[in-house]
Ligand binder design. Structure first.
Ligand code: ADP
Ligand code: MG
Length: 211
């Protein structure tokens, strides 16, 4: 059985995972984490409940430069509920880390307070594609220092018609970025999306098992 201790994680991250009761990586975490930590692009497929959030979240948090107060990680989710869940999970994973600020930006609420929060800075933004694209157009979100882009539930985002918004968002990000795609299913449309968004991605599939 692989262990989190076999991965080159910071003492703070080991402490966070222990506190969360994550004693062993799930299958998708064991397969995806080494590539995520190495900075590779990854396409990962695993069923709901298999631990995909930590599979991208651990590497995302470990790769941050906390002293650089700029958005370095962006996680796109199909719905506000999922974005809230992901942000909560990431905050738990970053608890022992020094000063990691995570902001959610979703539609359905007024944009003004979000602009105020963005002015205070954030290391990671989690949000829905439409609202993220709105902020980019307004110039209230700056992704020039982005190092890692995560498309969570990429299949659902395609089903919901978010491809144009995702493409628009990509145009605001540096070419030298890591792009991670997570999905529960792997239709052809996802492969096409990957071809446009990723460079030499590692393909990772979990055995069908959950926790
Ligand atoms: P998915 O995104 O694949 O649907 P989640 O990331 O939401 O799955 O994880 C499902 C549940 O499993 C969450 O409650 C999470 O806290 C828990 N979990 C994730 N990784 C581990 C682990 N290594 N050990 C124990 N529980 C875990
Ligand atoms: Mg998930």
């Amino acid at each position: 059985m692989p262990s989190f201790k076999d991965l080159d994680l910071s003492a703070a991250m080991q402490a966070n995972l222990a506190q969360l009761g994550f004693s062993q990586p799930t299958d998708i975490q064991a397969r995806a984490l080494p590539h995520c930590l190495a900075g590779r692009d990854v396409i990962a497929m695993a069923q709901t409940g298999s631990g995909k959030t930590a599979a991208f979240g651990i590497g995302l948090i470990e790769g941050l430069k906390p002293k650089l107060f700029a958005v370095q990680g962006l996680v796109l989710c199909p719905t506000r509920e999922l974005a809230d869940q992901v942000a909560k999970a990431l905050r738990e994973m970053a608890r022992a880390q020094e000063n990691v600020k995570i902001l959610t930006l979703c539609g359905g609420v007024s944009i003004g307070p979000q602009i105020g929060s963005l002015a205070h800075g954030a290391h990671i933004v989690v949000g829905t594609p439409g609202r993220i694209a709105d902020h980019l157009r307004k110039g209230t979100l700056d992704l020039k220092r982005l190092t890692t882009l995560v498309l969570d539930e990429a299949d659902r985002m395609l089903d919901m018609g978010f491809q144009p918004a995702m493409e628009e968002i990509l145009s605001y990000t540096p070419k030298q970025r890591q792009t991670l795609m997570f999905s529960a299913t792997w239709p052809d449309s996802i492969r096409k999306l990957s071809a446009g968004f990723q460079r030499e991605p590692v393909d990772v599939r979990a055995e069908s098992q959950s926790i």
